[in-house]
Design a protein around this ligand. Structure first.
Ligand SMILES: *[C@@H]1O[C@H](CO)[C@@H](O)[C@H](O)[C@H]1NC(C)=O
Ligand SMILES: *[C@@H]1O[C@H](CO)[C@@H](O)[C@H](O)[C@H]1NC(C)=O
Length: 359
């Protein structure tokens, strides 16, 4: 049984079937990167072109509904998948030096998403942000029929220095699509984990929507800038993820409120989390050793820094188990000289490097 198509299937057909709820709950948003591969496979493309949805022998594994999804909303689907990938990639960058490094290997990410820890919060938020981002970008570049540049900002600035114009990134549409695809299924549920997830998805989307930049361009005779037009532009996604990482570090643990509907901070004295903050309800494992339940792969074999006191340092990263040092030799260009004109000559040197890996 392959699981990957379930979330997409549920998302795209409006999430009606009960069975979707079960599937969707157990599959991860990050798994969305898989279905697109299916849509791109040649046999699927041929299948689509022939417009023949009857599965015959060789296409047996291909459910006609899946084909239909590929056919009906391929562009949006593609952007959503790209968004999930963008989010996951940034997650890996932000956590590259930590015990949990957001690896997608061996179902690890899926296990992490099935829980309700800080890590779960971050992944949900960054994927929701990624989808907001890529759908918005697709609107601006004219790849989606249903949306274009945002033209709602009109007129001249209060000081008269510039006017709105150009192609503004349509973050409203990206935000809306991300919400539809990620949240709709859960709106009616009120258990703690669902509420936490919806909160974190929203925090992710807001980390894009609330941080739009204004970009301007000068017109007029060479550089005179007699006329300036400005438009709203997406922030850099790296900055979005960095902000979410800060929210991860300051995430608040929550518990169900007395009314059974709301969620409240576990520690009453802390400031209630805002809409852009990340929340979680379950303590994280230490990720030191492999654990099939938590999705931890352990840190044995990870490269660490023997002189750093931080999370990437061998002491913390290797969980006190110690580390091994290997010396590697690499050949690099060195003693380079510039010769008039125009040549650079170098020698080849061998550099020794020490690489530490956790035991
Ligand atoms: C992430 O960690 C796992 C195991 O802890 C390791 O196998 C993998 O290479 C790491 N990925 C990166 C990009 O460092
Ligand atoms: C290791 O950590 C030290 C201290 O934090 C830092 O100065 C050094 O650049 C790090 N080395 C590498 C290879 O990152």
């Amino acid at each position: 049984m392959r699981f990957w198509s379930a979330p997409l299937f549920c998302l795209l057909v409006g999430m009606v079937a009960q069975v979707c709820a079960v599937w969707w709950a157990s599959a991860s948003q990050a798994m969305m990167m898989e279905p697109m591969r299916l849509c791109r496979q040649r046999r699927v493309r041929q299948h689509l072109e022939r417009n023949n949805f009857n599965d015959n022998g060789r296409h047996e594994r291909l459910k006609s509904r899946q084909v239909e999804i590929c056919r009906k909303e391929p562009k949006v689907l593609q952007e959503i998948v790209k968004g999930a990938q963008l989010g996951t990639k940034e997650c890996q960058h932000q956590f590259r030096n930590r015990r949990w490094n957001c690896t997608t290997a061996r179902k690890s990410l899926r296990k992490v998403i099935a829980r309700d820890t800080r890590e779960t919060a971050f992944v949900n938020a960054v994927v929701a942000a990624g989808v907001t981002y890529t759908v918005t970008q697709a609107c601006s570049s004219g790849q989606l029929l249903q949306c274009t540049c945002d033209k709602t900002m009109k007129g001249v600035s209060p000081d008269g220095d510039w006017e709105w114009g150009g192609c503004a990134d349509n973050v409203q549409h990206g935000y809306k699509k991300s919400r539809e695809f990620m949240d709709a299924k859960y709106r009616k549920r009120s258990d703690l984990k669902t509420q936490v997830m919806l909160h974190n998805n929203e925090a992710g989307r807001l980390s894009v929507k609330n941080f739009m930049r204004t970009e301007c361009k000068c017109h007029g005779l060479s550089g005179s800038c007699t006329l300036r037009t400005c438009w709203r532009k997406l922030p850099l996604f790296r900055d979005v993820a960095t902000r979410l990482k800060e929210k991860f570090d300051g995430a608040a643990k929550v518990i169900p409120g007395n009314d059974g509907k709301t969620i409240i901070p576990e520690v009453a004295s802390i400031k209630p989390p805002g809409r852009e903050d990340l929340i979680y309800s379950e303590e994280s494992p230490d990720f030191c050793n492999p654990d099939r339940v938590t999705g931890s792969l352990g840190t044995a074999g990870r490269v660490c820094n023997s002189t750093s006191p931080g999370v990437e340092g061998c002491e913390l990263l290797c969980c006190g188990r110690g580390y091994e040092t290997r010396t590697t030799k690499t050949r690099v260009n060195c003693h380079c000289r510039f010769k008039w004109c125009c040549e650079v000559t170098c020698k080849i040197c061998t550099v020794k490097k020490h690489v530490n890996t956790c035991r």
